[in-house]
Design a protein around this ligand. Structure first.
Ligand SMILES: Cc1cc2nc3c(=O)[nH]c(=O)nc-3n(C[C@H](O)[C@H](O)[C@H](O)COP(=O)(O)OP(=O)(O)OC[C@H]3O[C@@H](n4cnc5c(N)ncnc54)[C@H](O)[C@@H]3O)c2cc1C
Length: 282
């Protein structure tokens, strides 16, 4: 840890205080949530750490049929919250359980995961698939779908803003999350989060996101369109698996090769769709 220059640690009482401290440090302050990422990365430019975990942003609550999660809620808090457990047949619980190990989940926050946005991480893929919306406060208030944030300069935004909460909309159907890593606890080599709404035996809506490609999770609109209006079943799953293999944008990195990722993405989407279809039909 390169923390040689840190000479002040603040505990912000509210968002206003966190923002005014950030501004006072003029680029040399950093918001600290769980610290899982921040404290293992280079902190050379940071002179002041601003703890934001005691500002009352750690609640998980049902809202407008969906669920709203405060930015400093830890992944364990989400996992254990009744509101998150009820949300779309427990998809949040499934995703949180896929993240590393309990000690890490006890510290890591949803806000930290959203802002760190590691391309291999589980949460960005799930948040994009679930249509999550982020709300933040900087000089002005802002809100945007996480998917749009990730297409823009979100890192710049959060240099001078505090993420307040993440809202997840209601879905009449089911989602499933799939991940392959070198071990059960390792980060993903590929991951996928898929959702389906089924009415009268026909798929009415579909959400398909693939992450750790090695780029960050993104939806595959062409695959979603190919699912809508179709009858769920083996024939469709095979067709979709082949389509994912043909169309998903994947690359090489030191962990896995492009060809392997392409095949695996097809398999993971197929598995997630089968489980989502089962959940949606139940
Ligand atoms: C060993 C290890 C294994 C991991 N395994 C997985 C895994 O399997 N799956 C997975 O998905 N992820 C994994 N992660 C990533 C982890 O989930 C995220 O790094 C974590 O959620 C970060 O949260 P945090 O609260 O600790 O963030 P911090 O380290 O406190 O902050 C991270 C960044 O976000 C900023 N920030 C935090 N909160 C806010 C806010 N409210 N507003 C504005 N900016 C903010 C900070 O300033 C900092 O720049 C792993 C990380 C480690 C270190």
């Amino acid at each position: 840890m390169d923390g040689g220059r840190i000479h002040r640690f603040h505990v912000a009482r509210d968002v206003e205080e966190a923002l005014s401290l950030l501004s006072a440090y003029g680029g040399k302050g950093a918001l600290l949530a769980g610290g899982v990422d921040l404290l293992r990365g280079p902190l050379a430019r940071v002179e002041g750490l601003i703890d934001i975990t005691r500002m009352g942003l750690s609640s998980v609550a049902e809202a407008r049929g969906g669920v709203t999660v405060g930015a400093t809620s830890t992944l364990t808090q989400i996992l254990e919250s009744p509101a998150a457990r009820r949300y779309v047949r427990g998809i949040l619980v499934e995703v949180m359980r896929a993240v590393a190990v309990p000690p890490l989940r006890n510290m890591a926050t949803l806000g930290g995961a959203l802002v760190s946005a590691h391309p291999w991480a589980d949460l960005p893929t799930a948040l994009v698939a679930l249509g999550a919306e982020a709300r933040w406060r900087g000089e002005k208030e802002g809100k945007a779908p996480v998917e749009d944030l990730y297409r823009g300069e979100f890192r710049k935004t959060f240099r001078t803003a505090v993420l307040i909460e993440v809202s997840l909309p209601p879905w009449d159907g089911a989602f499933a999350y799939e991940k392959v890593g070198r071990t059960r606890y390792d980060i993903a080599l590929v991951n996928a989060c898929c959702g389906l709404g089924i009415e009268d035996g026909t798929i009415r809506w579909a959400r398909v996101a693939v992450g750790a490609r090695p780029d960050r999770g993104e939806r595959l609109p062409e695959i979603e369109a190919a699912l809508v209006g179709r009858e769920p079943g083996e024939k469709l799953w095979t067709e979709i698996q082949e389509l994912v293999e043909a169309r998903v944008e994947v690359g090489d990195d030191r962990r896995a090769g492009r060809a392997w990722r392409r095949k695996t993405a097809g398999v993971l989407v197929r598995r997630a769709l089968i489980r989502a279809a089962r959940g949606a039909a139940a």
